[in-house]
Design a protein around this ligand. Sequence first.
Ligand SMILES: NC(=O)c1ccc[n+]([C@@H]2O[C@H](COP(=O)([O-])OP(=O)(O)OC[C@H]3O[C@@H](n4cnc5c(N)ncnc54)[C@H](OP(=O)(O)O)[C@@H]3O)[C@@H](O)[C@H]2O)c1
Length: 287
Amino acid sequence: MKTAIVLGGKTGLLGQALALALENRGWLVHALGRGDVDIFDLTAIKHFLSTTRADVLFNTVAYTKVDQAEDEPAEASLLNRQLPLILGKAVAETKALLVHYSTDFVFNGKKDTPYTTEDLPEPGSVYGQTKLQGEQELLNLHLPNLLILRTSWLFGPGRTNFVTRILELAAQRSELSVVHDQVGSPSYTLDLADNTLALMEHGATGLFHLANSGQASWCELAAEAVRCAGLTCQIKPITSAEYPQQAQRPHYSVLDLNAFSRITNIIPRPWPQALREFLFARFKAQI
Ligand SMILES: NC(=O)c1ccc[n+]([C@@H]2O[C@H](COP(=O)([O-])OP(=O)(O)OC[C@H]3O[C@@H](n4cnc5c(N)ncnc54)[C@H](OP(=O)(O)O)[C@@H]3O)[C@@H](O)[C@H]2O)c1
């Protein structure tokens, strides 16, 4: 039986989706949370890899509080830069594949066409910088079994995210203001997990971009979620300048998915379709 370790698999937004997708495909899954293994202890990770005879180590653990990272660069660096390096060293002496996730926030957002993996990153935030450093630490190890996936704007079950937060607020208010001048690629965690496994099954290694197809502003994503949920709250577009946030975010960070599609022959489904499925499943769970 194929065996996977999913760091962040117990509580993380993406980690839980990956654990589910793997179990659905008959894998033995060790979904880990805080305290299960000391993830910063190289020897402990190596020992866990060897005792479980894991085929794949998925890393979804990250410092993901984008604004708070501006005040806590050391903590962000520990999780986003040093942890991937430790994990890379841990798999180096094994045959296990390391699958690591990164972000569209490595880009400066000055383009107006989708970002490919050839585009030069230039992060504008501590979160983006530390995530880019994590990628670079891993690539510098020249591991034969490494897959790095940059993804963006996650929504899905199991943990609060932009879509669930908007729905909570929209249920309580008659109007919500949401920024319309940041455009990206919304990603449904269950699709991201399935598409990750498809890429793995094709033996892909290296750096890829992976999201749902299409693009949206935060305002469009919020409006579509509210509409699909049957709520009456008005979504009012505002500029980033009208909604100051501590960390600078790219105005445009749509990801080019062609490299993924060339290898897998899969075009990820459009985000509105994935959003409807997520909201329908959520609605069914509540009745
Ligand atoms: N969310 C997005 O929109 C988005 C966009 C682009 C890229 N990404 C990338 O996708 C990956 C997954 O993101 P996500 O949204 O699924 O993350 P998430 O929901 O915030 O989950 C992060 C996981 O890391 C764990 N963790 C955090 N600090 C830890 C620590 N000090 N020690 C041990 N575990 C710790 C968390 O555990 P607790 O639950 O115990 O805190 C949680 O399981 C990350 O690499 C992220 O950078 C995410």
